[in-house]
Ligand binder design. Structure first.
Ligand code: SAH
Length: 313
């Protein structure tokens, strides 16, 4: 059987919206190529897809790969090997240019992230695209910033692949919090400061984050807040309202592990204004806890001339 998508038909590098007609076709069950080999014994779309893949002797597989926080040297060896051997790379906004440079020029790359003023491809269309590519026997690296299972919707993509009977593997990545901790010199735990560390999303729905503020305000822990720049003022206010000291050290780390990384440190009371004064931009993490004080002594990366040059450039 002819695959519906030929590897030669994929552009070397392109944006996912080009694939909207393909995706629309795949979402109309009567036009799914899988229908062609449906047998009386198949009972679910996953069964259909498995049979189809078996029938065409294709070996499609989607690798959900963590790209790390930006510095390409922080990729796992497994991720680097896969990037140089797969047929297609599907990537989003947080994957840095320097990581993409590791993908061979002849490998097809499809961008599914946000463009200025535009939204990312909706998640269900990304899922459909991965299923489409995998069911044509292609080896696909679905490359995501940081770790695919930390605020990365990796679980949602796996559910879609399983539903469609597509083989998959997961490759962990250095999550932004770990990269930030190392490169900003802010240990996430330290026996004198914090016995626990909490990763939390500050993404706001209706202007508020629905978080367990009482638990977050407990002593002797470090908070790392992803996607929190827009909600910084509200986050600091809520932590203080739930019992954290207004002079608790807190910092924003912008572009962690990349040239131009910048740490803006203060306290819960002062950080929101400092962030405005310094015009901190995403991607950035908020870190809250007394470990933030260690940045003063442990900072090694931002002191380097090459990191500073990128800031003033
Ligand atoms: N899966 C990713 C997180 C995706 S959520 C991971 O494991 O790291 C996106 C958020 O991650 C951003 O809003 C920002 O808070 C954080 N982030 C990702 N890369 C970053 C970087 N290089 N520097 C600072 N924050 C980063």
């Amino acid at each position: 059987m002819e695959p519906a998508i030929s590897i030669d038909a994929l552009p070397i590098s392109g944006e996912a919206p080009r694939w909207s007609s393909l995706i629309a076709r795949l979402r109309q069950p009567e036009r799914r190529p899988a229908a062609a080999i449906r047998t009386p014994h198949s009972h679910s779309p996953a069964d259909d897809a498995r049979q189809r893949i078996a029938a065409s002797k294709l070996d499609g597989r989607v690798y959900l790969v963590g790209a790390g926080p930006g510095d390409p040297d922080l990729l796992t060896v497994r991720a680097a090997r896969l990037l140089s051997s797969v047929d297609v790379v599907v990537y989003d906004q947080l994957v840095g240019d320097r990581v993409l440079e590791l993908v061979p020029a002849q490998t097809r790359k499809i961008y599914v992230g946000k463009r200025a003023g535009n939204h990312a491809l909706p998640q269900d269309q990304i899922n459909a695209l991965l299923v489409a590519l995998g069911s044509e026997g292609l080896r696909v690296a679905r490359l995501k910033g940081g770790d695919p299972f930390i605020f990365g919707r990796g679980g949602e993509e796996l559910e879609a692949l399983i539903e469609a009977g597509i083989e998959f593997e997961v490759v962990p990545g250095v999550t932004a919090a770990s990269g930030m901790a190392a490169y900003a010199g802010i240990p996430l735990t330290h026996r004198a400061h914090a016995q626990a560390c909490v990763f939390v999303t500050g993404h706001l729905k209706d202007g508020t984050a629905n978080l367990d503020w009482e638990a977050l305000a407990r002593p002797n822990q470090t908070l790392v807040i992803y996607m929190g720049v827009g909600g910084l003022g509200m986050i600091c206010r809520e932590l203080i309202a739930h019992g954290m000291a207004p002079d608790m050290p807190a910092a924003l780390v912008e572009k962690a592990t990349l040239p131009g990384q910048r740490t803006v440190a203060g306290t819960l009371a002062t950080l929101p204004q400092r962030a405005l004064d310094e015009n901190v931009q995403a991607p950035a993490l908020i870190v809250v806890g007394s470990v933030v004080e260690l940045h003063r002594d442990f900072d090694w990366f931002e002191r380097r001339p090459e990191a500073r040059r990128a800031v003033s450039a």
